[in-house]
Ligand binder design. Structure first.
Ligand code: 3PY
Ligand code: MG
Length: 259
């Protein structure tokens, strides 16, 4: 197994992940081969189902990059399944309390840290590890990241960070802006989210946990990276497709084939 996503992040590296919302493994593989350090399959707002996630994880490995999965809200069954399929990180959206974070960790970690049931039938093949090695690797080398993206989540942050086995916090700036404005605006890049983003960074680092966030622009990714966010999602495959079309329509360069 190549150095895990967890090992890279713990060594201090910044990891930029593509965000795959279209349930098509080929797109995940192309994202993996096109410069991203990892690819995340989104089952919350993205269109993935368990089968497409399973196929996309294999496609990411074919492209030489680790795969992460964002599960639907509160779907801890899918947390275990995504890990069983070979995901190196699972992201749980809308975690608003220590109890929710605790239930998430229970599904993501084998005993003694949690209560994950044994059966990584696909993951073992993806990682190429025997049973003992897989069991030893799993709790340390797969990450459970809880999204803090609401006022309630921020209020509960200290208790969420105290949950043993939780590896990190992943920030959703769109939901942060919606909750902060009381449902008035979706404004992920607005300065109004900067203060909570800074508070989350300070507290999470003090707790010795990892930081991740979603962004729509490389400049915003740099803002997060400067604050210590290391696992940074940039755009979605829908946005990559739209940006590619716009670039091709306006490109005045020489003709060359693209494969
Ligand atoms: C948010 O910005 O709220 C997210 O969940 C990113 O996908
Ligand atoms: Mg969100």
């Amino acid at each position: 197994m190549t150095p895990s996503l967890a090992a890279k992040l713990r060594s201090g590296a910044t990891v930029i992940t593509g965000w795959n919302i279209w349930p098509e493994p080929l797109l995940a593989e192309i994202a993996a081969r096109s410069g991203f350090d990892a690819v995340t399959m989104d089952m919350q707002h993205g269109l993935h189902d368990p089968v497409s996630v399973m196929r996309a994880i294999g496609a990411c490995h074919l492209g030489g990059k680790p795969a992460a999965v964002r599960v639907p809200v509160g779907d801890n069954g899918m947390v275990s399944r995504a890990l069983d399929m070979g995901a190196e990180a699972v992201i749980a959206p809308m975690v608003n309390s220590a109890a929710e974070a605790e239930a998430f960790v229970q599904a993501a970690k084998y005993p003694p840290a949690g209560e994950r049931s044994w059966g990584p039938l696909r993951g073992q093949t993806v990682f190429g590890l025997d049973t003992d090695a897989h069991l030893k690797m799993a709790n340390k080398d797969t990450l459970a990241l809880a999204m803090v993206e609401t006022k309630r989540g921020i209020e509960a942050l200290d208790e969420i960070l105290a949950v043993k086995g939780l590896d990190g916090i992943f920030v959703g700036p769109s939901d942060l802006s919606v909750t902060i404005t009381g449902g008035d605006r979706v404004a992920p890049g607005d300065p109004l989210v900067d203060e909570p983003v800074r508070i989350i960074a300070r507290k999470t680092k003090a707790a010795g946990k990892l930081l991740g966030a979603f962004t729509w622009a490389a400049s915003r990714a740099q803002f997060f990276a400067d604050l210590g966010y290391q696992f940074i999602a940039l755009g979605t495959d829908q946005a990559y497709f739209q940006a590619g079309i716009q670039k091709m329509l306006s490109d005045r360069g020489e003709e060359k084939p693209v494969t």
